[in-house]
Design a protein around this ligand. Structure first.
Ligand SMILES: Cc1cc2nc3c(=O)[nH]c(=O)nc-3n(C[C@H](O)[C@H](O)[C@H](O)COP(=O)(O)O)c2cc1C
Length: 307
């Protein structure tokens, strides 16, 4: 999508659902994501929002679309920087939006402010069919382009670790690290975003303590900076002798405390991580492939999968 005022192009991974009426699709941009912000800019003026959708593209373009590239920065530019050459694009014949020239499938269209359709439920990155069935914006498709027998890059959001978490954790850790330092916090020695938390919900920051409050400052900023804020639940700050990617070490550090005085008491933390009692029956279903499907995939791809 494109900012109607500045011309900024945002390229993000937002799920798109197909419908029996092949002339429409839906798109789900969570509140505050750049796609949502840009769409609202058109809709608040009563205008249709132009959008281009691509499926089957260079894996780097997919990876960058799914991470928090800063507001007003263009993911194509970032991909070009990492690849060492610009990403080739064509301009959509209807919208003029840039579309990766080597995409397998691409379409463009517009979204009316009042056009909504039932969407979902989809398996999601948290490992649940969490969003349920909701009303989401409809794309009225103007142009549809595709290769014959397109090859699609799959990335199934399901119980972590999943197809996204292995790369997302690396990008997130680097970005949180950079943003803590940019906020003026010294002594950061490492950051990790554990895959079990979908590479989002759990962050560990390792620091060389330099002043009182240093650890708390690093933790609070990690929890609120752009790369760390969305859906974060836990931040743990550890000393620099702990490898933040080693959960054994991190958990070892967490409960270890030696009070300075001789009191024989210690403290307890109890985390109730059960599904809430009142939601036992309607809690979202777990998103996970069946054992039978796993076995079929393993048999089919045994020549390339690690033993
Ligand atoms: C496979 C995959 C599916 C995703 N689906 C959605 C989605 O449906 N809606 C959404 O808001 N974010 C989704 N995300 C997360 C966004 O892509 C991510 O937050 C990204 O930073 C959004 O781009 P933005 O920062 O430019 O808004 C998905 C990410 C991946 C990798």
């Amino acid at each position: 999508m494109k900012d109607p005022d500045s011309g900024w192009i945002n390229y993000g991974a937002y799920r798109v659902q197909a419908y029996p009426d092949g002339r429409i699709a839906s798109v789900m941009c969570s509140k505050g994501k750049h796609g949502d912000i840009l769409m609202r800019r058109y809709h608040e003026r009563g205008q249709r929002c132009p959008i281009a959708v691509v499926a089957g593209m260079h894996p780097l373009l997919f990876s960058l679309a799914g991470i928090e590239v800063p507001y007003e920065k263009n993911e194509y530019d970032m991909a070009g920087g990492l690849l060492g050459k610009p990403v080739e694009v064509i301009l959509g014949p209807k919208t003029g939006l840039p579309i990766p020239a080597n995409a397998e499938i691409a379409f463009e269209g517009t979204i009316d402010p009042n056009d909504r359709i039932a969407e979902g439920p989809f398996g999601e990155w948290t490992g649940y069919y969490a969003g349920g069935l909701k009303q989401e914006p409809v794309i009225r498709i103007d142009t549809f382009m595709h290769r014959q027998d397109p090859i699609l890059l799959g990335a199934i959001p399901a119980v972590p670790p999943n197809d996204d978490t292995y790369y997302r954790g690396t990008y997130r850790a680097a970005n949180v690290w950079r943003q803590i330092e940019a906020a003026g916090v010294p002594g950061v020695k490492g950051v990790w975003s554990h895959e079990a938390g979908g590479s989002r919900m759990w962050l560990t920051v390792s620091i060389t303590q330099m002043y009182p409050g240093h650890a708390k400052q690093a933790g609070l900023i990690a929890s609120q900076c752009h790369a760390g804020a969305y859906a974060n639940k836990y931040v743990v700050v550890v000393d620099d002798d702990i490898d933040p990617a080693n959960m054994n070490d991190v958990i070892w550090a967490m409960p270890t405390s030696y009070p300075a005085d001789e009191r024989i008491f210690n403290s307890r933390m109890v985390i109730d991580a059960c599904r809430p009692w009142l939601r036992r029956k309607d809690f979202p279903k777990v998103a996970r492939s069946s054992k039978e499907l796993d076995a079929r995939i393993k048999a089919k791809w045994s020549h390339v999968l690690p033993r």
